[in-house]
Each structure stands twice: as structure tokens, then as C-alpha cells.
Design a binder for this molecule. Structure first.
Ligand code: PLP
Length: 348
């Protein structure tokens, strides 16, 4: 292979984060309650399915269930293999090769990945102090599409609702609001997709619903935009077993409620524990916390991993110097994390 055979927009793409570890995983912000309690029952029911047949190409059962949950129409929704696929579909539908997508920085790394693999240019606009949006700068960058996530990953805070609203109302092009952690926050734009001609909201079953291993996500938009994206999506991308599990999980509200309640009760306790050891936690409206270490974060993460707990290092990123991110665990997990952190700080 010659190097110049590779499409220029994908030449510098690294492999995604993929640690080989036996440590307890507090690095991926998934649900710490274990798999959603519907899984066992659904998998048993799946044994009777004709899995030699294809699933429904557009996951109509799941779109119907989502419509009911949000008071929208099934055709407002596009379902994907994780919300990552939903994001990919949005760029495939609305971005010409060479066009610019604007996003706040620091934010979710995969947003830039999906722009580049679809031949676009990814432009960042720094967040203001407190990790809040800079709507003027985002609008002035004149991209075709603006993408942001709130609560923001990895900083864990929500952006001010009015700032997001201003970006959506004033930008002349699609605006994608990634609400992967929406269930943990008070704020959402989901109910407002019909109000705007340019708003796309994405959500996932990977976090609050405890189904990351099944890969189910979705997005909502006005009927016109959703119709375009539905036609671009790879038909059958969501398998039948995952779709059935997601439909069942939507009605199993007690599991999600328990996850949200756990996060609310443990978040302050974990933050206080971190602060008492000399770390600086940032405010969180999500199921994870970012905090700054007084010593090099790479070493902190390595020493912690050697003691059996993995958290994620963001310390090499500008504005996040020596910052790390941890999932908010159960009481037991958080005690384990705090205990191991204490050992590391005592060794320092
Ligand atoms: C986890 C995450 C996703 C991906 O969700 P999947 O549905 O598992 O693909 C999307 N956006 C953000 C910000 C996330 O943190």
C-alpha cells in the first residue's frame, strides 16, 4: 500500500482508547448498577425468535416506544447502533466533503472522528472559564454544522440552556445536541425538536439504561430532517435482540430511576472525598466527575491502575492539564476508589 492511497482526511486518525486491563473500570462512565434488569428476560424470549430473518430496517418497534415516551411521532426518531452511529448518520446526511463542523473544546473526542471519517473539517472553539459555551465564537466560526454535548464529556457540567438555545436559534445550519448523559441532568432539548428547523438531539441506551454492550442509540429531529437521515442510515444496522432489549428497558423505569438516585446521592460524597485529599473536583451534572490532580495525572492513573482501579487520564489536553475523569460508582466502588487514591497520595 502507498501512503497516498489513504484518503487525506483520515491519514492521522489514531485507534480509539482501548486499555488492556483487569482493573475495575471506572473510566467509561457506564452504569455501575450492572446490566439493565430486563436483559435476562429479553434474552430468554429471544431464543424463540426467527433470527434467520432480518430485523425491521428502521427499528419501528423501538421508534414507536420512543415516540410514546417523549410525546413525539415515531418518524421524529432515527435509531442507530449506538448514538455513535446516529452522529455518523447526521454528518453523512448534512455535511459535504470539505465542509466545516464547529464544536466546543474540550469535549467528546469521537465528534471530531465522525467529522473526519466523513471527509469534513473539524474546528474547535474554546469553552469559557467554568467550561461554559462561547455562543458568539461558535456562531462566528461559520461552520455548516455545530455539535455540542450537554452534559459535556469529559467536564461533566451542563451548558447554560440559554446559550445552547441561542446557538440553535441563530445558526443557519444543523445543530446537534448530544445528550448521552441527559437522564442524569435536569435540562434537555429533546421536547423541543419540532420547534426548530435545524435541531438534532442524540441519546443512548449505553449510560443510564445500562446497555452499553448492546449498542443502541437514537436521535430526534423535526420530521423533515429525520426523514432525510432515515434514508441515509444503513438499513438493519440495529439487530433485533438489541432492539427488543431497548424497548423493554424503556418501560423499566425503576432501573434508570435507581441509577439517577444513586448518582445524586454519591456525587457530593465522592467530590468531598476527593477534595479532602487535595484534588480539585469540578461541578458535575452527570454520572462522572472530572478532577484535577496536584501531581502529574498520568502517573496518578498508572499507580491507581496498578492497584486495580482504572480511571481516565485527560491530562495531556490543553485546558485539562493534570485532569482525570472517573465514573461515579456505587458506595462500595467509590470507597474503593477513594481508598486507593489515599494510598497513592500517601506514597507521594
Ligand atoms: C458515551 C457517549 C456517546 C456514545 O454512546 P453510544 O450510544 O454508546 O454510541 C455519545 N456521546 C457522548 C458524549 C458519550 O459520552
Amino acid at each position: 500500500m502507498k501512503d497516498n492511497w489513504v484518503r487525506s482526511t483520515v491519514r492521522d486518525i489514531p485507534l480509539y482508547y482501548n486499555p488492556k486491563t483487569k482493573a475495575v473500570r471506572m473510566d467509561t462512565s457506564v452504569n455501575v448498577l450492572g446490566p439493565n434488569t430486563v436483559v435476562k428476560d429479553v434474552l430468554t424470549r429471544c431464543m424463540g425468535l426467527d433470527l434467520n430473518q432480518y430485523p425491521a430496517p428502521y427499528s419501528d418497534d423501538l421508534r414507536g416506544a420512543l415516540a410514546e415516551k417523549y410525546g413525539l411521532a415515531a418518524d421524529n426518531f432515527v435509531v442507530g447502533n449506538g448514538s455513535d452511529e446516529a452522529l455518523d448518520i447526521a454528518f453523512k446526511s448534512f455535511m459535504e466533503p470539505g465542509e466545516t463542523v464547529v464544536a466546543p473544546y474540550p469535549s467528546y473526542v469521537l465528534h471530531g472522528f465522525f467529522v473526519k471519517v466523513n471527509g469534513g473539517r473539524f474546528v474547535n472553539v474554546d469553552l469559557r472559564p467554568g467550561f461554559q459555551l462561547d455562543p458568539d465564537a461558535l456562531l462566528k466560526a461559520k461552520g455548516k454544522i455545530i455539535i455540542l454535548c450537554t452534559p459535556n464529556n469529559p467536564t461533566a457540567n451542563c451548558f447554560d440552556h440559554r446559550d445552547v438555545e441561542r446557538v440553535v436559534s441563530e445558526h443557519d445550519g444543523p445543530v446537534i445536541v448530544d445528550e448521552a448523559y441527559g437522564e442524569f441532568a435536569k435540562d434537555s432539548f429533546m421536547s423541543r425538536v419540532e420547534e426548530f428547523d435545524n435541531l438534532i438531539v442524540t441519546r443512548t441506551f449505553s449510560k443510564a439504561y445500562g446497555l452499553a454492550g448492546f449498542r443502541v442509540g437514537y436521535m430526534a429531529s423535526n420530521l423533515k430532517m429525520a426523514g432525510v437521515m432515515q434514508r441515509v442510515k444503513i438499513p438493519y444496522s440495529l439487530d433485533r435482540v438489541s432492539e427488543m432489549t431497548a424497548v423493554a428497558a424503556l418501560t423499566n423505569t425503576s432501573y434508570v430511576d435507581a441509577a439517577v438516585k444513586l448518582v445524586r446521592s454519591e456525587r457530593d460524597r465522592l467530590s468531598d472525598g476527593l477534595r479532602s485529599m487535595g484534588f480539585t473536583p469540578f461541578p458535575s451534572e452527570s454520572n462522572f466527575i472530572m478532577f484535577r490532580s496536584p501531581r502529574p495525572s498520568a502517573e496518578l492513573v498508572k499507580r491507581l491502575a496498578d492497584k486495580g482501579v482504572l480511571i481516565r487520564d485527560f491530562g495531556r489536553l490543553r485546558m485539562l492539564e493534570d485532569c482525570v475523569r472517573t465514573t461515579i460508582g456505587t458506595k462500595e466502588l467509590n470507597d474503593l476508589l477513594l481508598g486507593k487514591l489515599k494510598e497513592v497520595t500517601e506514597e507521594w
